[in-house]
Write a protein of this length. Structure first.
Length: 54
């Protein structure tokens, strides 16, 4: 039987001067002052999640 994994849909949100990456799986990255670093955290999480299911 094949179990389908939930997609890892990431977003970044801002809270004051910080950006935070979040995923539909419940993962939350650290608060970052750099929006680009928060987006990078999200991309790294998505890549790692895909490699675990491959």
């Amino acid at each position: 039987m094949h179990h389908q994994q939930a997609p890892h849909d990431t977003t970044t949100t801002e809270r004051g001067s910080f950006a935070i990456a979040r995923c539909s799986c419940g993962w939350t990255g650290p608060a970052r002052r750099s929006r680009e670093k928060a987006r990078s955290d999200a991309a790294t999480h998505t890549t790692a999640a895909r490699q675990q299911t491959a």
